[in-house]
Ligand binder design. Structure first.
Ligand code: PFF
Length: 461
């Protein structure tokens, strides 16, 4: 194990950590993925399950993941090894690093679309498509163009690499501070436009009236996967960001703030998109293209849409960028801490490798669209495998690790650093965290993973 000789970089302030971690959490997962998985999984029943997953499983595990990072001040592999001395657990950290690679490889493809749409909206091309079906066709045309899709994907990867190359504080913290509040404000404008469109009521109904007939074991798995994905949890991104956090700051209150911000953005995005989808007669289950079919039409119908449109896609791209840098940061921190690489070398090598791995995902929307494995195209498969399997599994292992390997009492001593006031006022929180981390979180994740395999159905449970 290498011990870094220079003091580890730290966030400039507690707010710096929260904004950067929220920058990692808030991204395409909230604005692009949340609406389309809600649309594909039947609306509000899915949202309720997702919110439960976030509160019951997400929060306690998020606290735990950040805590492991802050305690050890290491990357995921080094952190698990330092606390357990075991190769198995170091391997669990390794699974996180691998998941980071895979997620970034398809995430940057979608982020490329968002960057491409900045150009589309500036050039005015986007606003030729006031008719919703035409907007959808235009999206298909763009994503069928291999040069367009790979070009913007590559461009986005270069941006990500540039920021991670610049180092933790300078690159990441500075950007997040300004952009996130502006994005939130703009989403609220889009939401208000959505709600005030004629026919938007059906969209609100879709979001508010639960229809449980669509719910299956898969729905639980997808909702759990979405909770992990949107909170950047279960693979060491939050652990790595936590490793730059000061012991004077409170982990639980930071985790709660990140979670609330992230959930608020997803819900606002959901309302903005579904009111518009129903008002314009688009298909709620259109899949990954959903926001790209819908938003051009919304901006067309919005006063000042020619200005808000490009600003929106710029901010969405920046939100994607602050998430992508956290993914590349996990891989970089691992190679810098464990293998003694320079930061610059790690960024260039693994940024390039991620680009290569992402090419089949980019091609899934055109030349490889008919090539499927287990009924999913390559993009869908990598997304499913990472978000719905690797992240929840990572979360399960984090909870088990804290409760039974590191041991709850030792973790608690660390957790109290910076949170003395919170726990003095609310001692019950300690018991709650104990119950959730030792029991509810691991058991529920296990059951959801098991349920999705169909085993429980076979057993008649
Ligand atoms: N949470 C990000 C989003 O919602 O867009 C995606 C993500 C970033 C997932 C970092 C995982 C991660 F480690």
């Amino acid at each position: 194990m290498t011990t870094p000789s220079a003091p580890r970089e730290q966030w400039g302030s507690k707010l710096g950590f929260i904004l950067a971690a929220a920058g990692s959490a808030i991204g395409l997962g909230n604005i692009w993925k949340f609406p389309y998985v809600v649309g594909e999984n039947g609306g509000s029943a899915f949202i309720i399950i997702y919110l439960l997953c976030t509160a019951i499983i997400g929060l306690p595990v998020l606290v735990g993941e950040i805590l492991i990072g802050r305690t050890t001040q290491r990357n995921p592999v080094g952190a698990f090894r330092a606390l357990s001395g075991s190769r198995f657990w170091a391997g669990v950290g390794g699974m996180g690093v691998a998941a980071g690679f895979l997620i970034l490889s398809f995430y940057a493809v979608i982020a490329g679309w968002s960057v491409g749409y900045i150009y589309e909206s500036f050039s005015g091309d986007l606003f030729k498509y006031a008719d919703p079906t035409k907007a959808a066709v235009h999206f298909e045309e763009l994503t069928h163009d291999v040069v367009w899709i790979i070009g913007y994907f590559g461009f986005f990867m270069i941006l990500t690499m540039g920021l991670v190359y610049a180092g933790v504080q300078k690159g990441i913290e500075r950007g997040s501070k300004i952009m996130m509040p502006v994005l939130f404000l703009l989403l609220i404008f889009v939401m208000i436009r959505g709600i005030t469109m004629e026919g938007s009521g059906a969209g609100l109904e879709f979001l508010l009236k639960p229809d449980w007939s669509h719910v299956s074991g898969q729905t639980f798995l997808i909702a759990l996967g979405q909770a992990f994905f949107t909170l950047s949890m279960g693979m060491g991104a939050m652990l790595t960001y936590g490793s730059y956090m000061s012991k004077k700051d409170s982990v639980p209150s930071s985790a709660l703030q990140i979670l609330l911000l992230d959930t608020a953005i997803a819900l606002v995005a959901g309302i903005a998109i579904f009111t518009s989808v129903f008002a314009t007669g688009l298909d709620a289950a259109a899949g990954p293209g959903l926001i790209f079919h819908t938003l051009p039409v919304v901006f067309m119908k919005m006063p000042g849409g020619e200005i808000f449109g490009p600003i929106f896609f710029i901010l969405l791209s920046i939100a994607a960028l602050t998430s992508a840098i956290s993914l590349l940061e996990v891989i970089t921190a691992y190679f810098v801490d464990e293998k003694g690489w320079t930061r610059h070398r790690a960024v260039i090598v693994f940024g390039s490798v991620t680009f290569l791995i992402g090419i089949p995902s980019a091609l899934s929307f055109n030349v490889l669209s008919d090539t499927t494995i287990f009924g999913l195209n390559f993009f869908g498969l990598v997304d499913y495998l990472t978000a719905n399997i690797m992240l929840p599994l990572g979360g399960l292992l984090i909870a088990v690790f804290i409760a039974y390997v590191w041991k709850f009492d030792k973790a608690l001593i660390e957790l109290k650093n910076g949170a003395e006031r919170l726990f003095n006022k609310n001692p019950l929180l300690i018991t709650l965290w104990q119950i959730f981390i030792k029991f509810f979180a691991p058991v529920l994740i296990f059951l959801v993973l098991l349920h999705s395999t169909g085993i429980l159905d076979v057993l008649g449970l």
